[in-house]
Every structure is written in C-alpha cells, then in structure tokens.
Design a protein around this ligand. Sequence first.
Ligand SMILES: [Zn+2]
Length: 173
Amino acid sequence: MNYKTHINGGILASLYITSQIHNVELLHTAIFIGGSMLGSLLPDIDHRSSYIGNKAKPVSRVINKLAGHRKLFHSPLLYLILYFIADIFILNKFGISFNKGLFLGIMSHLLLDSFTIGGLPWFYPISKKRFSIGKIKTNSQLEFTFCGILIFINILILLDLLKITSIFTFTQG
Ligand SMILES: [Zn+2]
C-alpha cells in the first residue's frame, strides 16, 4: 500500500473513534489524530523507497539492513509491547493522547498491509508466516479505488463531526 492509502487509513481510525467520544478537548483530538497519521506511516520506515523511508534515509537504511522489510517493524507484538511500556512512562496527558493515536495509526497500517497479496507476519517474531486477507497490489487500480473509498468515508465522518450530518453518530442524542 502506498502512503496515501495508509495515511487515510490512519485518519479514518482516529476520526471514527473521535466521532464516538463526547466532550474531548480539541487539542487532545488534534494530537490524537496527528499521532495516528504519523503512526500510519511509521512501519514503512523499514523500506528505503517508502514515503517515510525517503524522509529519513539513513535511519531507514540501517533499519532495513538490520530488520528487513515487513518483518520486525511490521510486527504487531513489537508495537503492543512498546505501547504498554510507553503507557507506563508517559504521564503527560497530551503524551498519552499522542501515544494512543500513534499506536492506533500503526495498527491501521498493519491491518491495511494485510489486505495486500504479500500479507503481514501477524505473529512475528514467534512465527514468520504471513497472513493475507486481500489481493491488493501496491499502486494498482484496486488500491486507488480503495484509497478513494477511505477518503470518501473520512469526509463523511468529518461532516458528522462538524454536526452537518449524523451518519456515524446516529445513536447519539
Ligand atoms: Zn507497510
């Protein structure tokens, strides 16, 4: 998946959760969504020609050499452990919002990668087996369509949040 699909996946996950929660400060919401957008791109740091890998070439090169692509840096277990460790140490409430958003964005990335033919090693490093639940090729017409759908849903949720529509918040008073 390319970075546009991933970032829209991250926005979708955080926007949706935002739309379901009441009375959260705007700054917290912004930090949460920002964290999720960053997280949605982060795992591909293990690939030099990815969007984020390109932005941080030296880091990406080292990570790719040491860990390979779609291995440790695409391991849900790794991020789960890191999330809980960070959760213990981060005491600042904005830091907590950021950590939650970051983790959510990373998970959205891993889920979206599972829709590709290559699949994702969901239990890495315990098992190297990759699981694929879709047949999407990166930069294919199918991915562009998929990305378009994500953008469309994001706009709908945004309209809900602005209280113009109530498609995803219909159960709320
Ligand atoms: Zn990836």
